[in-house]
Write a protein that binds this ligand. Structure first.
Ligand SMILES: C[S@@+](CC[C@H](N)C(=O)[O-])C[C@H]1O[C@@H](n2cnc3c(N)ncnc32)[C@H](O)[C@@H]1O
Length: 330
């Protein structure tokens, strides 16, 4: 990565670096989201510790093909990617439990260089637990967690090049095109010519398969979705009657995206002390997540608009998921 010794918005001289996330920002976002029509909340607010745990459960559901497909691709493709890039540092956006990341760290070690791993995530406690576990299992690798919101410009501590920057789990799908380009442009701006960016993305497919993945039979995705209201109750003192909201997720073929909503079962009024009264009509919803599905051309276009040029496209055999490796445009 390019030298970034300033790291101005990182707090504390030693890891874990933490960007101060202001409660005011959360209040502002929630006020804006719940007082506009249609109502919406950013999916980043899913991820308190409970939300991160629920997401881990989702990755193990039979219906949630994304994690299995990506893991399979990583196992197949990472050895050759690592051999050709020769990374000494690994930076990961939205790292979560970093379970699949171990495939990359193992390959880097085998290739003879695994100096540093920088997992970046907004879910502070979960990230710190992930980092501690990784440090115990990879004592020879410097693990430097960064708690940061990647929807804002974020800083990465100085790491040795070549760096492999990875963004897995199709988290990119949560960002409409403009936001995705803003985020990836920021990543590209920090990359040098020997660095590479590896993206994992879910692909357009039979809507039934996609719909099942977001409407699992055990109700884990529903619990994950509803947890955002529990979080607003805990952190902002809101009084959402969580049982009066229902999980709804559907695939829009027009927009090529899943939309996840929380639908009010009846007319109700919620009070959030710093915001005031929020009124819901029966059947009115809060949109909590978009998850775009891609094809190669769309992703290539987003990457190019961000200053990245796709070097390698690695789709799964059944076309469910793909990895894309890119470099900065010269
Ligand atoms: C869909 S999960 C993917 C987790 C993991 N990378 C995987 O592939 O299983 C999204 C991850 O990104 C993190 N995340 C979501 N929004 C974020 C944001 N705005 N800034 C930083 N991290 C974010 C979440 O906490 C979560 O760990």
């Amino acid at each position: 990565m390019k030298d970034n010794h300033a790291v101005p918005d990182l707090v504390g001289g030693t890891p874990p670096y933490t960007v101060r996330r202001s409660r005011e920002q959360m209040v502002r976002d929630v006020r804006e989201g719940l007082t506009t029509t249609p109502k919406q909340l950013s999916p980043k607010y899913f991820y308190d510790e409970r939300g991160s745990e629920l997401f881990e459960e989702i990755t193990q559901l039979p219906e949630y093909y994304l994690t299995r497909a990506e893991r399979y691709l990583l196992e197949k493709k990472i050895p050759e990617i690592v051999a050709s890039v020769g990374p000494c540092s690994l930076v990961e956006l939205g790292a979560g439990s970093a379970t699949k990341t171990r495939i990359i760290l193992d390959a880097m070690r085998e290739n003879g260089c695994a100096e540093c791993y920088v997992p970046i995530d907004v879910s502070k406690d979960f990230l710190e637990a992930t980092a501690l576990q990784l440090q115990a299992d990879y004592s020879d690798v410097r693990i430097t967690p960064v708690v940061s919101d990647i929807t804002e410009p974020f800083a990465i501590p100085p790491v040795a090049s070549p760096t492999l920057v990875v963004f897995l789990g199709s988290t990119i799908g949560n960002f409409p095109r403009g936001q995705a380009v803003r985020l990836l442009s920021h990543v590209a701006g920090g990359m040098g010519p020997s660095d590479r960016f590896l993206l994992g993305a879910d692909l357009v497919k039979d809507p039934e398969i996609i719909n099942r993945a977001y409407n699992d039979s055990q109700g884990v995705t529903a619990a994950f979705n509803l947890n955002i209201l529990e979080r607003l109750n805990h952190e902002l003192g809101a009084d959402f009657p969580v049982q009066d909201f229902e999980h709804r997720a559907f695939y829009s073929t027009e927009h090529r995206r899943i939309e996840m909503h929380l639908v009010a079962r009846s007319a109700l009024i919620v009070v959030i002390p710093e915001i005031g009264e929020i009124r819901f009509r029966e059947g009115e919803s809060i949109r909590t997540e978009l998850s775009y599905k891609y094809d190669r051309a769309t992703l290539e276009d987003i990457l190019a608009a961000s200053g990245l040029s796709m070097e390698s496209w690695m789709p799964a055999g059944d076309g469910a998921f793909a990895l894309a490796l890119s470099r900065v445009e010269s």
